[in-house]
Design a protein around this ligand. Structure first.
Ligand code: DAH
Length: 348
């Protein structure tokens, strides 16, 4: 039977027990035993229902008072024990690792990485990076590259002209090749030398090019090329082939092989197409992959840029960056490089 006495006894037992508490663990044990959700005060509260009706208000009030007194003593004790008494769960563990798996970590697009890697490989061979306009004129895209007016590549149907050819003296177009940068770089070097080339040129020029091609697995109306130009005294085809072989081995691995197939470009003589033997997967035999064109700079191009071809010789090359990326990472379809589908990009 719950009486004022039982309540007083519980209160003094609790206060005596609290007096013996000296650390966080015993304080928590005290809390559980007396004032927790299944502590003694909660238990005797259940007996209130058996107390005769006329005593209920007094006993109930005594019980509340008693419990409040014990709780106040508990709070006081907790304060006096200080930080040492706070339950561990209230502390922030600054050493706990973050939940990285739930955060999307961004990175460069595969084409940006390939472009940067290519520039890095060529930089190790002494090539600086040059960049130039995407909006070009006929002169730089064709005329100074020795591409005559009747050449099929100059058909307005095959280029993105901004001006109608014939309407203005310098019709502008989105460049169809990065070979334009060769001309820009040679003109700038001659201007710097006061009308004469005075020092060698060694540059690569990565960038976007545009052609009105129908889009399929290997074609796009916009893609990227990396152009190379080396002009010096006594440059030969051997220098070209050695540079390309070194590049192939540096970028694709020591086993890479190259092959030059005779070809024709108006701005080089002789000209060649470059293929590389690349093993894409360990379970497949190596394959020849066509990467682009190259050759010795045609004297007509030197002349158009004000360079004396008796004194200077040079080589040039132009590769498709998407081709290189597809070769390096076994990407089957060029469209994957432009669709921005994270399911693909996250794996590359
Ligand atoms: N500009 C050529 C193209 O877009 C590629 C090329 C071929 C670049 C031979 C060169 C070169 O510099 O020497 O098809």
């Amino acid at each position: 039977m719950l009486t004022a006495d039982t309540i007083a006894q519980l209160q003094s037992r609790a206060l005596a027990s609290l007096a013996g508490v000296s650390d966080a663990a015993s304080l928590e044990a005290f809390r559980i035993e007396f004032i927790g959700a299944s502590g003694s005060f909660k238990t005797i509260m259940a007996n209130l229902k058996d107390v005769p009706k006329e005593h209920k208000p007094a006993i109930g009030a005594a019980l509340n008072q008693s419990k409040a007194a014990v709780e106040a003593a508990f709070e006081e004790k907790k304060q006096s024990l200080g930080a040492a008494a706070s339950p561990v769960k209230d502390l922030i563990d600054v050493t706990e690792p973050g939940r990285i798996e739930t955060q999307a970590v961004g990175r460069s697009h595969v084409l940006s990485r390939v472009r940067a890697d290519l520039c890095e490989v060529f930089a190790r061979m002494g090539f600086a990076v040059a960049e130039s306009h995407e909006l070009e004129d006929d002169d730089h895209n064709f005329v100074k590259l020795n591409i005559p007016p009747e050449h099929p590549a100059r058909d307005p149907q095959d280029n993105f002209y901004v001006d109608r050819p014939g309407d203005v003296s310098k019709p502008r177009m989105l460049r169809s090749q990065t070979s334009t940068v060769q001309v820009r770089v040679m003109e700038a070097a001659v201007a710097k030398g006061g009308g004469k080339l005075r020092e060698p040129i060694r540059v690569v020029a990565p960038g976007r090019v545009y052609r009105p091609d129908a889009v399929d697995a290997t074609h796009s109306f916009m893609f990227h090329q990396i152009e190379g130009l080396y002009v010096d005294r006594g440059v030969t085809l051997v220098d070209l082939k050695t540079t390309l072989l070194q590049f192939a081995k540096a970028y694709f691995g020591a086993d890479a092989e190259i092959r030059l197939r005779p070809s024709f470009f108006p701005f080089t003589e002789p000209s060649a197409e470059l293929d590389m033997l690349i093993q894409l997967r360990p379970d497949q035999p190596p394959r020849w992959i066509e990467l682009g064109g190259c050759g010795m700079v045609d004297p007509a191009v030197f002349a158009a840029c004000g360079i004396d071809s008796e004194e200077w010789t040079g080589f040039a090359f132009g590769f498709g960056i998407e081709r290189l990326a597809m070769g390096k990472y076994a990407i089957p379809d060029i469209r994957l490089l432009f669709e921005n589908d994270l399911r693909f990009l996250a794996k590359i």
